[in-house]
Design a protein around this ligand. Structure first.
Ligand code: BGC
Length: 798
């Protein structure tokens, strides 16, 4: 049911004025005014001759004096980056491919910092003119895959390795992790994000930040906030309730801030309830700093927002990548009294407090030689850990080494390591699925493999299919034009089915920054050729009494319901990074028993997605506004509350063994005071060693606020359990964990009534339940009023 949301206060309906240079999605920037580091160097020399006995930045205690000693011009330049390297006359940085740099003031001991992407690994250019040394970085599994591990230790290990590459390649801050919510499966950047659930997103991001920052380099959590689509991402106005913001879209950031203290936050491109995120004092001062106590600094997303003065006031401390128009405007605004210089001082202090922790400030001598071999092992383990076994009827998987495999599908050769855009990584290699299986010792049907190889090589030699540098430049990886699936003749399939013991079909997808996915064949839906491949291969193998498995090498959900019954097994490999083939072989062979669980729902059909009707906004042909009518009912919260059956539900994933989850105990008794201790026993009841994830959901009573049917409140993963081995997992919940957000009270409230704790192996596979009661309504935490919608809109209610 859709219910009208009343405006909280009388406010003007926002008029949407869009700056023409910022309208386009993708990287759009004003090259003419991009600031050049060279010109700033000239300024530095001029000022340094005037001020000789300046204070010097040595530590936290010196910061205030250094700020006092800065000229207004220096201040205005310091809060604006030095421009996009390699564009608009800006020379590339020494670390080629780093996308952001800060303005240095040597006379005050302030060095220039370097920032580089991104979520699946450090994105820098792997080669430099005139050098033989290479600068490849490790391509780790995409964030959605990492989240599917449900294992924060694995994610922290990836972060640690990633951060080491940041440090050893001479970069100060990583522009990752990204943790926006999977509001809709079509968001082209979902692969960079973890989950549809804010607890998973927050816990995974915190683990990643802790890993990265353990190296003494910074992490940047992005894109803050409610940035859930690429369509018109730089101008779209996200209209969303305060409750949905607090419970869904901000929650992950709140967890990450609290549990990992990221050095930086990147504000997002979009508007939230009429105001650009980067210009929203509600978001960046009231929520982030006052409510959450954040003390790092905030940078814009690249070319985000349209008013540098408003950005400064909002406490968006640094504008990236920066141009001279912005710094001049900031300077003249202070001179004219439009901007208080104290605002600049405050923002500069936020940045300097981080800057004094950076490798550059500490004069760290980077080696340019991170241990890529060790990091490849970390990437491979994480990739295997994140794979989700969706189907395995009568156990065709694992495949023993004496079984001969025929691989079908172009993606067996052109395996996709990760998505495109700033989330890409320039890795030294990607191990294809065919190579991975071969190196694991499998015999592949060579005749069929050769046909695929010849077909792909032929097409790739044609101009239209040639692999080129990304249209955004070489730093952003390669543009790989999609090639049509190789057609299969009936005879070819028939002889393959006789010549091998099992058929394995690989389906691949890619997407990336700048565009959303579409519900069309070849994208969300199977192409006709893929559909035919699955149908015909399955029919022929089944005729021979043989099995067929599908490997999904994808970055986000595709339609599976129409074809999954035709095949025997489905392994969701995600986009597993550069070690893709090895990690797939680890799981296919049973060397690793799959233990990944979906952190994002696979809908039965696209129209079952709660936001299907509102994504990506209105007007449909060129959206300016997207209304989050589904409110708090995102992902499984929607499916479970409104009884919409998904194809594969949140939390789902099979194993080669089986587990029992029992002995649920809530130890603080039946009456809730301020803590809840939950424990449950996991037993491996099958024949193989493996790991299981325990998911703790809570069903809260409807009170003044209605509640989703279930909400994930905690999760944990066992160690590898041998057959019949057991492990007790324990979870501590506090009052805040159980609250909902009351917009009228501006508070996290715990409403009285009976609560049910549900432990299970997925959102639909609940194994045991227990109840406790809350005697009276409690205000657990008051927060400041912020981010109220300015327009009336319909909200989904039960
Ligand atoms: C992306 C950010 C990225 C930045 C720098 C922007 O287009 O949205 O995630 O960090 O570019 O590459």
């Amino acid at each position: 049911m859709l219910k009208k949301l009343k405006k909280k206060k009388k406010a003007n309906v926002l008029a949407f004025t869009l700056s023409s240079t910022l309208l386009l999605s993708g990287l759009t920037f004003d090259m003419a005014s991009a600031q050049s580091p060279n010109s700033s160097a000239v300024q530095e020399n001029q000022t340094s001759t005037v001020q000789t006995s300046s204070p010097y930045l040595t530590d936290a205690a010196s910061i205030d004096r250094v700020i006092q000693a800065m000229t207004l011009e220096e201040k205005a330049k310091f809060v604006v980056g030095v421009g996009m390297p390699g564009f608009g006359g800006n020379p590339p940085f020494e670390v080629v491919g780093a996308v952001g740099g800060t303005y240095g003031i040597p006379r005050l001991g302030i060095p220039e910092l370097r920032f580089a992407d991104g979520p699946a690994g450090l994105r820098i250019r792997p080669t430099r003119p005139g050098q033989t040394q290479t600068y490849y970085a490790t391509a780790f599994p995409i964030a959605t895959s990492l989240a599917s591990t449900w294992d924060t230790a694995t994610v922290e290990a990836v972060g640690k390795a990633q951060g080491n590459e940041v440090k050893e390649y001479g970069v100060d801050m990583l522009l990752a992790p990204a943790l926006n919510i999977h509001r809709n499966p079509l968001n082209g950047r979902n692969f960079e994000y973890y989950s549809e659930d804010p607890l998973i997103a927050g816990k995974m991001a915190a683990a990643m930040v802790n890993g990265v920052q353990s190296n003494g380099v910074g992490a940047t959590i992005k894109h803050f906030a409610a940035n859930n689509q690429e369509t018109n991402r730089m101008s779209i106005d996200t209209v969303v309730s305060e409750r949905a913001l607090r419970e869904i879209y901000l929650k992950g950031f709140e967890i990450a801030v609290e549990e990992s203290h990221p050095w930086a936050v990147m504000s997002s491109y979009n508007k939230i309830n009429g105001i650009y995120a980067s210009q929203s004092a509600d978001l960046l001062t009231t929520v982030l700093r006052k409510d959450w106590g954040y003390n790092g600094f905030v940078m814009t997303d690249w070319f985000g927002g349209n008013d540098p003065v408003e950005q400064m006031k909002a406490q968006n401390d640094m504008i990236m990548p920066g141009n001279t128009t912005q710094s001049s405007l900031i300077k003249t605004s202070v001179e004219s009294g439009k901007l208080d210089e104290k605002v600049l001082d405050r923002n500069i202090k936020n940045i300097l407090q981080v800057l004094i922790q950076t490798p550059e400030f500490k004069k760290y001598q980077n080696s340019d030689k991170p241990d890529l071999a060790a990091h490849a092992i970390t990437a491979r383990k994480a990739a295997a850990e994140g794979m989700v076994l969706l189907k395995n009827d009568k156990m065709p998987l694992p495949i023993s080494k004496d079984q001969k495999i025929t691989l079908f599908g172009n993606t067996q050769i052109e395996t996709v390591k990760g998505g495109t855009g700033s989330g890409d990584v320039n890795a030294a290699y990607t191990t294809s699925i065919s190579d991975g299986l071969k190196s694991a010792g499998y015999e592949l049907n060579q005749t069929e493999f050769d046909k695929y190889k010849t077909y792909i090589d032929d097409l790739r030699s044609q101009d239209q299919y040639k692999i080129k540098p990304s249209s955004w430049g070489e730093d952003f990886g390669k543009f790989i034009p999609a090639i049509p699936e190789k057609p299969l003749t009936d005879n070819e399939i028939a002889s393959a089915s006789k010549d091998s013991d099992i058929g394995v079909i690989v389906i691949g997808r890619n997407s990336g920054e700048g565009a959303d996915r579409k519900v069309v064949k070849g994208d969300y839906l199977l192409s006709d050729a893929e559909e035919a491949m699955i149908s015909k291969v399955s029919a022929e193998y089944h005729k021979q009494g043989k099995k067929v498995a599908v490997i999904l090498n994808i970055g986000g959900p595709i339609e599976v319901a129409s074809w999954r019954d035709k095949v025997d097994s489905i392994l969701l490999a995600w986009q597993p990074g550069q070690e893709a083939g090895y990690a797939v072989a680890d799981v296919i062979s049973g060397k690793v028993n799959p233990s990944g669980k979906l952190a994002t729902t696979f809908p039965e059909k696209y129209s079952d997605v709660a936001s299907a009707n509102s994504f990506p906004g209105t007007p449909v042909d060129n959206p300016t506004q997207v209304v989050y009518n589904e409110d708090i009912y995102v992902g499984y919260r929607y499916n479970t509350t409104f009884n919409v059956k998904p194809a594969y539900e949140f939390g789902y994933g099979l194993s080669y063994t089986s587990f029992d989850i029992n002995h649920l105990n809530i130890s603080e008794g039946k009456k809730f005071k301020d803590k809840l201790k939950v424990s449950a026993m996991v037993e491996n009841t099958g024949d193989l060693a493996g790991r299981e994830v325990v998911q703790v959901y809570i069903s809260s009573p409807d009170g003044k606020l209605e509640k989703p049917a279930i909400e994930l409140k905690a999760f944990g993963k066992t160690k590898e359990l041998k057959p019949h081995q057991r492990e007790l997992l324990q979870f501590d919940l506090n009052a805040k964990d159980l609250t909902s957000f009351d917009e009228e009270k501006n508070a996290w409230v715990l409403e009285k009534g009976t609560y049910t704790v549900k432990v299970g192996a997925s959102s639909e596979d609940i194994k045991e339940t227990a109840t406790f009661t809350v005697d009276q309504d409690m205000i657990v935490e008051k927060v400041n009023e912020a981010l109220a919608p300015k327009v009336e809109f319909e909200r989904l209610t039960k």
